[in-house]
Design a protein around this ligand. Structure first.
Ligand code: FE2
Length: 279
């Protein structure tokens, strides 16, 4: 993608301004609502969503190939509960010092479409630091890397389908989708089923973020009710005195109340999602 700096008057010869992107989002949401009202069945997320400029280049354009899960597992890595250390669920303890930023506790349940707990499932997270910086070669924006924060963790849901992470609240960060594009603060989540072919990938947001109406990734999910399921709830009962702020976020892996996840290559539920991007 072109990385053209804005000119002195705040415009760019190649990048659309935020106002144009926001207008496109509003118009597309209205169009999708009209089409649904007319009886058309639309997916929860629109893969070819022009305000998300790079999605036009990244979303699948060919028919997916069906893969035999058992055949894949003959050559793919395997994991077991013994491979995880409980400390991996605490992203503030991975280095010799404490990371900068607001310490948070994120807790929730993994549920199926009937509201039943999904126990003993691997959940992985990755995120930017408090300043919105990832430890990633492609993230070079001028916010410091925190030497005490890597931004990756994992855990296994317990018998009640519960997970718990201790981490730092990530900051919003700029990306080059359009001029002055900033992602709302978010934590990436990956949920595995009983095998690597059942991976789902999604993002958790924080309540009240002013960037929600401006972000084309968040808004590629065209129904507000589906977007709402990606937003955690501040829960004072989860807030730990003198230690961390508490957020609750349940993940529903299928059914009508399913948390939106990144596109499935197959029509059947709970198969491998497509590769996650850097955003
Ligand atoms: Fe991200």
């Amino acid at each position: 993608m072109a990385e053209t700096q804005p000119t002195l008057d705040g415009t760019s010869p190649t990048l659309a301004p935020q106002r144009q992107i926001t207008d496109e989002i509003v118009q597309l949401h209205a169009e999708f609502a009209r089409r649904e009202a007319a009886g058309e069945k639309l997916p929860a997320t629109i893969h070819d969503f022009p305000p998300y400029r790079s999605s036009v280049l990244r979303h699948p354009t060919k028919n997916p190939k069906l893969a035999d899960p058992e055949a894949i597992e003959l050559v793919s890595p395997v994991f077991g509960e013994r491979d995880l250390d409980p400390i991996e669920a605490d992203l503030t303890l991975q280095h010799s010092g404490e990371p900068q930023g607001e310490r948070i506790t994120v807790r929730g349940r993994l549920l199926d479409s009937r509201g039943h707990a999904v126990p003993h499932q691997l959940i992985e997270i990755w995120q930017a630091n408090a300043g919105g910086r990832y430890i990633h070669q492609r993230d070079q924006h001028p916010s410091p890397i925190d030497p005490n924060f890597t931004g990756a963790g994992r855990t296994i849901t317990n018998a009640d389908g519960e997970y718990l992470f201790t981490t730092i609240k990530p900051g919003p960060y700029p990306w080059k989708n359009h001029l002055n594009a900033w992602r709302p603060a978010h934590i990436h989540f990956s949920v595995f089923g009983s095998g690597f072919t059942q991976r789902l990938v999604t993002q958790m947001y924080f309540p009240g973020d002013p960037l929600f109406p401006l972000d084309p990734i968040y808004n590629s999910i065209h129904r507000q009710e589906d977007r709402d399921r990606l937003i955690s709830t501040y829960d004072h009962d989860l807030t730990v005195p003198e230690f961390s702020m508490g957020y609750r976020w349940d993940i529903v892996v299928d059914g009508p109340d399913a948390t939106w996840h990144e596109p499935d290559p197959e029509p059947a539920p709970r198969h491998a999602s497509t590769a996650e991007g850097a955003h």
